[in-house]
Ligand binder design. Structure first.
Ligand code: NAD
Ligand code: ZN
Length: 254
């Protein structure tokens, strides 16, 4: 088996040679900012629910108060969290390569807060709320924990501006992401279990394009087949990978 050092060097070479790098992130990149992944969100307070049962239009129709409370809880975690070394490393990488596309399944806004200039959000953003009836947007600041609040314009129920299971992804975001995946030389897939489509399909596009697909995940079984695997946490591995790609020596491993 290849050593971590060797795998890192090989991946760094592919990044350095790339004209267009795409990064696709999932919940795992924000793990070290203290945000639970979806699997982990099943523990504790919400142990009796599966995220799939809270993140659907049907759940909202059935019990909007429950869904509202779940998102209010997640929003409070997001507001208290700060970007970590992995988010920052992607900002550095973007500055170092000719072209870069930042694509995320996350709704936490941490890439933007880390300084990523343009983020393609496939699943919306939890810090925004919109009217389920007329579509009016509201920033989620100062919203009550109990809800849903009502739209000032039409009296409809306010809902988080995220994409629920069974809903269609924003067309423009998905188009941009697909184009980028079909045009890149290196594709980083970071902290995602890769089971939720159509986002997971972007990795397939990149593989078909012949891009080097580089997976960063502590769980080796989450890596898509055909990917170069860097097994470990994003906050630990990404800064080393980006340093190596930029040609700086990585600190000796102890
Ligand atoms: P996930 O929870 O399915 O997977 C998280 C991944 O991160 C796992 O592969 C895990 O091994 C990895 N990971 C854990 N710690 C890590 C670390 N320190 N560094 C790197 N990786 C780490 O999350 P996902 O793949 O983002 O889920 C896909 C999509 O499913 C989500 O973006 C979300 O939109 C959707 N989903 C939404 C809801 C909702 O409430 N709207 C609920 C469930 C799933
Ligand atoms: Zn309205």
């Amino acid at each position: 088996m290849m050593s971590m050092e060797e795998a890192l060097t090989r991946a760094a070479v592919r990044l350095r040679e790339a004209k267009h790098v795409v990064a696709l992130t999932g919940a795992g990149i924000s793990r070290e900012s203290g945000l639970p992944t979806f699997r982990e969100a099943q523990s504790g307070l919400w142990a009796q629910y599966r995220p799939e049962d809270l993140a659907t239009p049907e759940a909202f129709a059935r019990d909007p108060g429950l869904v509202w409370r779940w998102y209010a809880w997640r929003r409070s975690l997001v507001n208290a969290a700060v970007p970590n070394a992995a988010h920052r490393a992607l900002v550095d990488l973007e500055a170092a390569v000719p072209r870069f596309s930042m694509v995320t399944q996350n709704v936490d806004g941490l890439h933007q807060r880390a300084g990523s200039p343009e983020v393609i959000e496939l699943h919306g953003n939890i810090t925004r709320v919109r009217c389920a009836r007329c579509g009016r947007y509201v920033t989620a600041e100062g919203l009550p924990d109990e809800g849903p609040a009502e739209c000032e314009d039409c009296g409809g129920l306010l809902r988080p501006d995220v994409i629920w299971f069974g809903e269609v992804l924003p067309r423009e975001a998905l188009e941009k992401a697909s184009e980028a995946a079909g045009d890149c030389d290196a594709f980083l897939v970071i902290g995602t279990s890769g089971v939720v489509y159509p986002a997971a399909g972007l990795t397939d596009i990149a593989l078909r394009t012949g891009a080097a697909v580089i997976s960063i995940n502590p769980d080796a079984s989450s890596a898509p087949p055909g990917a170069m695997q860097l097994t470990g946490s994003a906050a630990e591995i990404l800064p080393r990978l980006v340093e190596a790609a930029r040609g700086k020596p990585s600190p000796p491993s102890s």
